[in-house]
Design a protein around this ligand. Structure first.
Ligand SMILES: Nc1ncnc2c1ncn2[C@@H]1O[C@H](COP(=O)(O)OP(=O)(O)OP(=O)(O)O)[C@@H](O)[C@H]1O
Ligand SMILES: [Mg+2]
Length: 209
């Protein structure tokens, strides 16, 4: 399949291509020369399989994710729908406050739906959320997601959101975090309190280490 390089990360690369007349994203995991070849292959295979399952499972919990068409096992690549739009990370740089609050609140509800289903995302940053032209949010990058999440795991997920906001969006982080937590709590209900206090605890632990 021919395509253009869309994103190149430390772990993976995304090619934008057309498959059966549909725009698709092909995510493949990059070979890491500094890892033992067998371990590298195993990790790439595990993360690819996990991402594929989690993209589909997350959708069953109500989180919009790209549909997966197939896995190319030889190359550890996933062929999925290409989502048109812009990363939330980019949108946050030019959106007005009202829109930013609305988007972050939706981001919070998405993580809330995941956690309510006992799943953690593992890398819940604003670059893993795509805002489409209709203003709908989509989540990607589920290679580190996990099932049977405990309060500790959910607390870590929220801590990662908090940290991503303070490092990437330092000037708008308060607005963004408040809106995010409002959306999250609206979905998690009474279960939110324990996760929020765990998030604070993890943050405190981090301060003294
Ligand atoms: N299905 C998709 N449709 C459109 N864009 C996508 C899709 N999947 C990923 N992307 C874009 O490519 C970027 C990188 O993909 P992804 O987050 O899955 O990989 P990654 O290994 O985390 O890369 P990085 O190391 O840069 O975080 C995403 O932030 C998103 O902007
Ligand atoms: Mg990513």
């Amino acid at each position: 399949m021919e395509g253009e390089l869309w994103a190149l990360g430390a772990e993976s690369k995304i090619i934008r291509a057309v498959w059966q007349e549909r725009p698709v994203a092909i995510k493949s995991r990059v070979v890491k020369p500094y890892l033992l070849a067998d371990i590298d292959e195993l990790l790439r295979r595990q993360r690819t399989a996990r991402e594929c399952k989690m993209l589909t499972y997350a959708r069953s919990l109500g989180i919009p994710t790209p549909a997966v068409y197939f896995i190319d096992r030889r190359n550890n690549a996933i062929v999925m729908d290409f989502i048109e739009g812009e990363q939330l990370k980019e949108v946050a740089q030019h959106a007005d406050i009202a829109l930013l609050e609305q988007l972050c609140s939706k981001f919070g509800t998405m993580i809330g739906y995941l956690h309510r289903g006992k799943v953690v995302h593992g890398d819940p940053t604003t670059s893993n959320v795509i805002v489409d032209p209709m203003g709908k949010l989509w989540m990607v990058d589920f290679g580190l997601a996990e099932w049977n999440a405990t309060v500790e795991m959910m607390g870590v997920d929220l801590h990662l959101v908090h940290r991503a906001l303070e490092t990437t969006h330092w000037d708008r982080q308060d607005t963004m975090l408040d809106a995010f937590l409002e959306g999250y709590s609206s979905v998690m209900g009474a279960a939110a309190a324990a996760v929020l206090s765990r998030m604070e605890e993890i943050r405190e632990r981090g301060r003294y280490h």
